[in-house]
Design a protein. Structure first.
Length: 257
């Protein structure tokens, strides 16, 4: 009997499919083939295939199993073949596949075939964020105080892990070319706490904060600043090392006194 698999991933990431079958029959079986509607030919004529082989999905990067397919699978025993494939931008959400195992009681595969199939599915999430920067006023002379507003929104799909800013994670950041490191200020705004060191933003969530700087003598005209944020993903739904980035900018025209 084949076992189903449900996964969770995103475009560009690697999904490892555990293709598992257990021999519930009364006699040992030789696994002649394992075919999958997405992954392609995994075992052909009781031979484990390799990435790049004919019939294997071109985005499969690894096929692994400790089982020797020239030997029979004993009654009550099970095997698992791990197949790694990179999620593509053209994959449907969710991405379905059906795996079929075929076995016989003889190694050449001439006797009656016994088959078992399982339907798998990988749910795809789409993480993203936006950052907008606005300046007010948008013009002034030296000494004019400019208020910069930073608005951040988690625009990920609803099934995505939360976005995270963490002062203790070097992969997280929010920096402005003019005002420097603003990550702590962003975290304080997102959490409402002046001592917080970590903030999580759920899909659809948004927050904003402001910074103030006076125009200085020697500033370029126009005075443009660029801000960039790097979120990581909460790990409660899986181990996702991805960094989700967004950027924004504002410009101030400097007037003669």
């Amino acid at each position: 009997m084949a076992a189903p698999f449900v996964g969770f991933s995103k475009v560009g990431d690697l999904v490892v499919y555990p293709l598992t079958v257990e021999n519930h029959g009364a006699i040992p079986l030789f696994i002649q083939s394992i075919t999958d509607t997405l992954l392609g030919d995994v075992v052909v004529n009781h031979v484990l295939q390799v990435p790049g082989a004919a019939g294997v999905n071109p985005f499969v990067t690894g096929i692994f199993s400790s089982f020797n397919f020239s030997l029979s699978l004993a009654q009550g025993a099970s095997i698992t073949v791990f197949v790694a494939r990179t999620v593509q931008a053209t994959d449907s959400d969710p991405t379905p596949n059906t795996v079929t195992f075929i076995g016989t009681d003889d190694l050449p595969g001439l006797d009656m075939q016994i088959s078992s199939s399982a339907d798998d599915s990988v749910n795809l999430f789409q993480p993203s964020a936006t950052l907008t920067v606005t300046a007010s006023p948008t013009s002034g002379s030296v000494g004019t105080s400019i208020t910069y507003t930073y608005a951040l929104t988690n625009t990920s799909s609803a099934d995505s892990p939360n976005l995270v800013l963490d002062l203790n994670n070097p992969n997280d950041s929010l920096a402005d070319s003019l005002l420097g490191n603003l990550e702590a200020d962003a975290i304080h705004a997102a959490t409402g706490s002046s001592i917080a060191t970590l903030a999580t933003v759920a899909p659809g969530g948004t927050f904003s904060f402001t910074e103030t700087r006076a125009i200085e003598a020697g500033d370029p005209n126009p005075l443009t600043n660029m801000a960039d944020v790097a979120f990581t993903l909460a790990q409660n739904l899986g181990n996702f090392p991805n960094v989700i980035r967004a950027g924004g900018s504002a410009s101030v025209t400097i007037q003669a006194p």
